[in-house]
Design a binder for this molecule. Structure first.
Ligand code: G1P
Length: 295
């Protein structure tokens, strides 16, 4: 079984739900407490042993590439001022030279197309895919746990969670088969099904371990739900020839693709920080009394 060394991060989305902020800031660079959303997702990949990060970007996303580069002037100035704790934060997060790659999606044709754009950089080996909209809180990261299941099952491994059965039309949904390791075998997948057609309420929650054969399938996958080339449709085709296992994630997931989920993530990650937790709790209590809806 080949080791998973590379991870793909599709970061080309326009982030229209965060306008006007996303006129000039990629949504992946919005901060949860003190670090951009993309940093949480990259940290999760590093924790899982990923060695090479591949970003599928788009126009006006250059700032993401800058973010992962060394900021020499800033580092020098922090060193001169003796701000070693700040400098350590930068150094700890800095990817080693040559371990990041960037390519552009060029046209917003859907997640399946974004993944396909990474085919040359991934090559002929299994890879992880992390959707940066979703950030997670758990003692052990979601992708690291998926790697454990992958070492038992091989093939393809997808993270799933349960949604309200009335909300299956918001997600990719999988069918549940027999248990395998800490997860279960997938019996099929469908993108954004009507609740009456959904095979279960287990939805794809944004972490994938995929085999490289997905690329040649995505190359000929037709547009599906939302008139976009859907990864789920490509995986359903690959499912005819390869195994798919689901890893039900036990931690907390925050959908930073919407302002409400983003606020929830900020509160949750602030509460996770012992240095600011008490202040945040006090502020929330006070504001609940003081602030009423304005409209
Ligand atoms: C995408 C995937 C979907 C998955 C979801 C998780 O949908 O196509 O299968 O459940 O991410 O966030 P999107 O949110 O881009 O509509």
């Amino acid at each position: 079984m080949k080791r998973v060394r590379k991870a793909v991060f599709p970061v080309a989305g326009l982030g229209t739900r965060f306008l006007p902020a996303t006129k000039s800031i990629p949504k992946e660079m919005l901060t949860v407490v003190d670090r951009p959303i993309i940093q949480y997702v990259v940290d999760e990949a590093r924790e899982a042993g990923i060695e090479h990060m591949i970003f599928v970007t788009g126009r006006s996303k250059e700032v993401i590439e800058d973010y992962f580069d060394i900021q020499m002037e800033l580092a020098t100035s922090l060193a001169e001022k003796g701000k070693t704790d700040r400098l350590k934060i930068l150094n700890d997060l800095q990817p080693a030279p040559g371990t990041t790659s960037f390519t552009r999606q060029q046209a917003p044709l859907g997640l399946g197309h974004a993944v396909w754009c990474a085919r040359e950089l991934v090559g002929d080996e299994p890879f992880a895919l992390l959707l940066p909209d979703m950030i997670m809180q758990a003692e052990k990261g979601c992708l690291a746990s998926m790697m454990d299941l992958y070492s038992e099952t091989g093939g393809n491994v997808l993270s799933v969670e349960e949604c309200d059965p009335s909300e299956t039309d918001k997600y990719g949904i999988v069918g549940k088969g027999e248990d395998v390791g800490a997860g279960f075998k997938i019996t099929g997948m469908v993108e954004k099904p009507d609740p009456k057609d959904a095979p279960s309420n287990f939805y794809l929650s944004g972490r994938y371990i995929l085999q490289p054969e997905i690329f040649k399938i995505l190359e000929r996958t037709e547009r599906g739900a939302g008139n976009e080339i859907q990864l789920t449709d490509g995986m359903q085709t690959l499912f005819q020839e390869q195994s798919f296992a689901a890893h039900p994630f036990k931690g907390r997931t925050f959908d930073c693709g919407s302002p409400e989920g983003f606020i929830e993530a900020n509160i949750a990650f602030a509460l996770w920080r012992s240095d600011i937790r008490e202040k945040v709790i006090d502020d929330i209590h006070r504001l609940l009394h003081e602030v009423q809806p304005r409209d």
